[in-house]
Design a protein around this ligand. Structure first.
Ligand code: GLU
Length: 391
């Protein structure tokens, strides 16, 4: 097959691939516990589903504007105003089929062949491949477990060159659960403001799954001067348990948004009209379920962190948010017959029947990512199995 050179450069998303593999095993009758994908196990709240049903019944079943319905864009603008104290105009907002599509489109619009994109490592699985697909070069800003996944500002400076186009921040971070607090963000913005044309993207998708003692801040909260260079990325999937509805959005410089709109007009046209109506409801009323979901994630987090730390050779930090934990198995692997985190993930899948994602998918060998967006009973079961296979 004569495929494009571009597609040969990237691999399937590990989170998606491992989840399909685990689900296939389940279909074949194997009792696999799936801790791979970051997908809330809670049902979408009823008021959101009702809004979708209403949209169907009232005939809101056609194409919408490429950048989203006026109602949803207004709801997003109000969300930014009320929750983030940020103000945006309608031409600074675009709705996409998931935060993932907004990230992809942003990169296609900004990145040229050879442009460098700085990404704190560990990073969400698709960041590096999306950059490569856009023709860019990912430059890894390494963080370490030992240093609590903190970004070192001197290292950030070393990552910058005259080819740097963009810095991609994701906080709270998938997979480490690290929240970059306002002090860190202000140090980052100081570096960016000392340059002229480096853009910054802030992936805020885990904004509401956050238990750090500081209220959630993104880079624009601490540095409004970056407004022309910042792209805020978010969506309803994680907070409102709406992964399948596929609604995300981007907010930023109207010129960038306009180009993302051009790209979207030539690719997917618009996000689903019905899902947009549902997302509008999600953002427009108080979601009573949200605090309960967050409290439940925190309870699961506390349990899993404690359990994992009981295994010899395993270290698991408490996170600041998200529904992942990202323990280090380095010592365990060193003292075993395993060569790396991929072997470990295979062992857990084959022997414990627990599916997890190897840390190397996120750029950090020796770790694995466990999603805790699964009910407590399954999680207890998963911990019992992991402990028994690894002891
Ligand atoms: N963001 C989720 C994860 O990391 C969803 C899967 C994906 O799109 O990669 O598991």
């Amino acid at each position: 097959m004569a495929f494009s050179n571009r597609i040969k450069l990237i691999k399937p998303s590990s989170t998606m691939a491992l989840t399909s593999k685990a689900n296939e095993m389940r279909l074949q009758g194997e009792d696999v516990l799936v801790l791979t994908v970051g997908e809330p196990d809670f049902d979408t709240p009823q008021y959101i589903k009702d809004a979708a049903k209403k949209a169907i019944d009232s005939g809101a079943t056609k194409y919408t504007s490429v950048d989203g319905t006026p109602e949803l864009k207004e709801a997003i603008i109000n969300k930014f105003k009320n929750e983030n104290e940020l103000s945006f105009e309608p031409n600074e907002i675009i709705v996409s089929a998931g935060c993932k599509q907004s990230i992809f489109n942003m990169l296609q619009v900004l990145i040229d062949d050879g442009d460098e994109v700085v990404i704190p490592q560990p990073y969400w699985v698709s960041y590096a491949d999306m950059v490569v697909y856009a023709g860019g070069k990912p430059i890894m800003l390494k963080t370490t477990y030992e240093n609590n996944f903190n970004i070192s500002i001197s290292q950030l400076k070393e990552c910058l060159s005259d080819k740097t186009k963009l810095l991609m921040i994701n906080s709270p971070n998938n997979p480490s659960g690290k929240y970059f607090d306002s002090k860190t963000l202000s140090n980052i913005s100081e570096v960016l403001l000392s340059t002229e044309n480096i853009y910054i993207s802030s992936d805020d998708i885990y904004e509401h799954i956050h238990w750090h003692n500081e209220k959630f801040h993104n880079i624009l909260n601490v540095s409004p001067d970056l407004k022309e260079r910042a792209i805020i990325l978010n969506g309803v999937s994680k907070a409102y348990s709406m992964t399948g509805w596929r609604i995300g959005y981007a907010a930023g410089n109207s010129e960038i948004i306009k180009k993302m709109k051009t790209l979207q007009s030539q690719s997917t046209s618009c996000a689903s009209s019905i899902s947009q109506a549902a997302a509008c409801a999600a953002l427009s009323s108080e979601c009573k379920e949200l605090p309960n979901m967050r409290a439940e994630y925190k309870k699961r987090h506390d349990f899993v962190v404690k359990q994992l730390n009981q295994i010899k050779g395993v270290l698991c930090k408490e996170t600041d948010g998200t529904f992942y934990v990202f323990p280090s198995f380095k010592e365990y692997i060193q003292n075993s017959e395993l060569s790396n985190d991929n072997d470990l993930a295979m062992k857990l899948l084959n022997e414990a029947k627990v599916a997890v994602v190897p840390g190397s998918a996120f750029g950090m060998n020796g770790h694995v990512r466990l999603s805790i967006a699964i009910d407590m009973k399954s999680l207890e079961n998963a911990m019992t199995r992991i402990k028994s296979v690894l002891s």
